[in-house]
Write a protein that binds this ligand. Structure first.
Ligand code: DAT
Ligand code: MG
Length: 151
């Protein structure tokens, strides 16, 4: 089982899309193991987006991600990183396919609604940035055998 970090970004929260976005991951079959509503500080944002420091979109990106509250989640499942990225869609919403979150709700790169970790290594780093170990819940759903083929 993999884990991935998802952020429902400020534009999605402001637009009342929290439920819609969580629903898509939930109905896909990913298991929620952590969730919180928070406003990201500049310090946390700079650590989360450290790989983009120095790029021209870095400052607008930090401004955007800290501009309003977000919902941060840890999702678990087989190939959770790839599955979540596919559900989210391409970085630029104009390239994202209909049926993906960005392809259904977004137009512009700096308002792309949701973050998903891009690798298992990034996911581990990002999960540790946002969650203490005791905030993550190890649990089984009664539906797991109907979603996961090999438990
Ligand atoms: P993703 O969020 O799909 O993982 P990323 O990690 O490459 O994309 O970039 C992080 C965010 O920064 C992305 O969601 C939107 C913004 N961004 C990326 N590339 C950009 C660019 N060339 N111009 C403006 N914003 C950009
Ligand atoms: Mg990324």
């Amino acid at each position: 089982m993999e884990r991935t970090l998802i952020i429902v970004k400020p534009d999605a929260v402001q637009r009342g899309l929290i439920g819609e976005i969580i629903r898509r991951f939930e109905t896909r079959g990913l298991r929620i193991v952590g969730m919180k509503f928070m406003q990201i500080s500049r310090e946390l944002a700079s650590r989360h987006y450290a790989e983009h420091e120095g790029k021209k979109f870095y400052e607008p990106l930090l401004g955007y991600i800290t501009s309003a509250p977000v919902v941060v989640m840890v999702l678990e499942g087989s190939e959770a990183v790839t599955v979540a990225r596919n559900t989210i869609g391409e970085t630029h919403p104009k390239d994202a396919k209909p049926g993906t979150i960005r392809g259904d709700f977004g137009l512009e790169k700096g308002r792309n609604l949701v973050h998903g970790s891009d690798s298992v290594t990034s996911a581990e780093r990002e999960i540790n940035l946002f969650f203490a170990a005791e905030e993550l819940v190890n649990w089984q759903r009664n539906t797991d055998p109907w979603i996961f083929e090999n438990l």
